[in-house]
Design a protein around this ligand. Structure first.
Ligand code: ADP
Ligand code: MG
Length: 617
């Protein structure tokens, strides 16, 4: 049989490589910024149009390229950064694989202008889809400018796969932040569609973080410093009370390179043990310096994952350094690292630092607001934990079970003084037992055919979601005016998303009096949204937009109802009284779509007696 194996032509090989290196405009941003840093630039300008879909341009004042290098730079495996395989373990540059420019040129229209310091004129090269269109001399300042236009022009499938401008912009910002945070000594500017998004002067780590995330960040940062033979750590963790429900500001840098590491992230979370409520995440900006010989960066094409020789030691050092800082700055209750923090930390402590979300209920919505108010005192006893559960369970459920709610709220109101009585009441209110709460997250109930196991968080989300959706469609755009404007702080990238969603949010009833670079001022809210929950609702909304919303046809109302439900629903881990459990089951089955949560996950499962019988054969 004839031989059938062939070497792929370069342009095909480049396009294949591009599949790994260039996923979206943000990937181009990362590669170009990193090249500018490797060229020792002190001033870097990023210009994008349409979130990078039409244009990504990076202009630097670095060392530039010679005429030959300029042309060679677009060849695959062409790099000035390593010469031998051994160099891979002595890396002091961001790049080394020599494939970024080749990959980018294979799938876009690229214009490169570059000049070295001592040359009179520079070079301009135009390449489209791996084909060199022209090379000329040009008058240009010292440094390099690379403009990447019409990304994926020759791969329509990839182009169509790109998300909305909002989502792509968010990815670009993420990459920009990562690079800018790693190099505070370099000055960066960033323009999108002609308007400037960031202008970052050179400074230290703290100044850079504050310049990116806003002045209010300054007070939130707790310094972390550690200097050992194997590892040097510097940077900051966020104070526990500023932690977020969505994973946002979590940054590890190893030798000035942003990396992702679930393992090291765990080290930080465990250092925060006992300081954070369930479901919130600490923020951190940690800069690790290790001997380049002890890491392998070449395990992933985008180089965001690296392999450490001795991960366990790093884990232990990181955890203890963070714990130490939290202790030193009087944030952690104990300084003794050897003890199990779970034993040292009184349960109630968890509620001191992390603000318990408090539900405020509209008077017309919940006729028993008075007693609800009494539970809003911020205390740390078990009793109030349960009263909050109670409040949140009935948000939005005005029509059902009023009589027992009244009865229940009175019990709770009167028991305000004697702390444990709410629990004791369980035995007094003897009702036929039809439900049972399992591990504070599932409700087990008997049904005709056998039994039902319900996920309390998802079930409550469904109930609230349908309720909110109904309210919002009936009273569309209705808003309650706030007595005092609500000032909320957001990072610049979140603000960009809020700006994009502004019209939809206003449609749903939000009234913004001001949106500036540091935050928003709100003077009106959709009816039924408690003021205290607004921040977490908006956080969920922002992360939903970022993560899952496809390009077109999403309804902001629907997203908003989902975010509100997610934020207000009783969480897993909350203990529920019998009455509450029953009410939850009943309300769920009064829903239009009781089977699934707003995110299409099962709310309950059933098991028939037959199935049970089989298990006992
Ligand atoms: P790598 O960065 O892995 O070496 P690239 O494809 O990103 O590979 O770049 C190829 C080469 O082009 C680099 O090694 C460098 O010599 C040169 N180069 C790229 N961008 C710049 C720049 N902004 N300034 C100077 N030289 C550059
Ligand atoms: Mg590179």
């Amino acid at each position: 049989m004839a031989d059938i194996i062939q070497l792929l032509p370069d342009h095909v090989a480049n396009q294949i490589a591009a599949g790994e290196v260039v996923q979206r405009p943000a990937s181009v941003v990362k590669e170009l910024l990193e090249n500018a840093i490797d060229a020792e630039a002190t001033l870097i300008k990023l210009i994008i149009k349409d979130s990078g879909k039409t244009l990504v341009q990076v202009i630097d004042n670095g060392k530039g390229m010679s005429t030959t290098d300029a042309r060679l730079s677009f060849e695959r495996h062409a790099t000035s950064k390593i010469r031998t395989a051994d160099d891979l373990f002595q890396l002091h540059t961001k790049g080394f694989r020599g494939e970024a420019l080749a990959s980018i040129a294979a799938i876009a229209h690229v214009e490169l202008k570059t000049k070295q310091e001592n040359d009179e004129v520079g070079n301009v090269i135009i390449i489209e889809g791996s084909t060199m269109v022209s090379q000329d001399v040009v008058v240009t300042p010292k440094g390099t400018s690379i403009a990447v236009k019409n990304l994926f022009f020759n791969i329509p499938a990839r182009r169509n796969f790109l998300k909305s401008n909002t989502v792509e912009l968010r990815h670009v910002m993420d990459e920009f932040h990562r690079v800018a945070l790693a190099h505070p000594n370099i000055s960066f500017s960033f323009y999108n569609n002609g308007s400037d998004v960031f202008n970052l002067p050179p400074g230290n780590y703290r100044q850079r973080i504050v310049n990116i995330f806003g002045n209010k960040t300054n007070e939130k940062l707790v310094p972390v410093e550690e200097n050992t033979e194997v590892l040097k750590i510097s940077g900051f963790v966020g104070k526990p009370e500023f932690s977020k429900k969505t994973r946002g500001e979590q940054y590890f840098f190893v030798n000035d390179r942003f990396i992702k590491s679930g393992y090291l992230n765990h080290a930080i979370s465990s250092a925060f043990d006992g300081l954070l409520k369930n479901g919130v995440h600490p923020s951190y900006f940690l800069y690790l310096t290790v001997n380049p010989q002890t890491i392998d960066i070449n395990i992933h094409p985008t180089k965001t994952e690296i392999k450490f020789d001795d991960e366990h030691t790093l884990y232990a050092l990181l955890r203890s350094a963070v714990k130490h800082s939290l202790g030193q700055f009087n944030i952690a209750p104990v300084l003794d690292f050897e003890h199990d923090p779970n034993l040292d930390t009184p349960y109630s402590y968890k509620n001191i630092h992390a603000n318990t979300p408090v539900i405020e209920v509209d008077r017309s919505f919940n006729p028993f607001k008075e007693s609800g108010n009494s539970s809003r005192q911020h205390t740390t006893t078990f009793k109030n934990e349960t009263s909050n559960h109670w409040d949140s369970l009935y948000v939005g459920l005005e029509s059902k079970g009023n009589s027992f709610k009244q009865e229940f709220s009175e019990v709770h109101f009167e028991s305000e003084e004697s702390s444990e009585s709410i629990f004791d009441n369980d035995t007094q209110v003897e009702q036929a037992q039809t439900t049972y709460q399992l591990h504070n997250k599932y409700i087990v109930s008997t049904i005709k055919s056998g039994m039902l196991i319900l996920d309390q968080y998802r079930a409550h989300q469904r109930i609230l979601y349908e309720d909110f959706l109904k309210c919002m469609t009936i009273k569309e755009g209705m808003s309650q005016q706030l007595l005092f404007p609500l000032e909320l702080h957001f990072s610049t990238k979140d603000i960009e998303i809020i700006k994009q969603l502004k019209d939809d949010l206003e449609h749903a009833g939000f009234v913004f009096s001001n949106i500036h670079n540091e935050g928003v001022e709100i003077i009106g809210l959709p009816v039924n949204i408690p003021e205290k929950e607004v921040i977490s609702i908006l956080e969920y909304l922002i992360s939903d937009v970022e993560n899952e919303v496809p390009d077109s046809n999403f309804s902001a109302t629907d997203l908003l109802a989902k975010s509100m439900a997610k934020s207000l629903a009783i969480k897993r881990g909350q203990s529920l009284k019998k009455d509450e459990q029953e009410h939850l089951v009943n309300s769920l089955f009064a829903c239009k779509e009781p089977n699934v949560s707003p995110n299409n996950k099962a709310t309950f499962i059933t098991m028939s007696v037959d199935e049970l019988d089989k298990k006992f054969i």
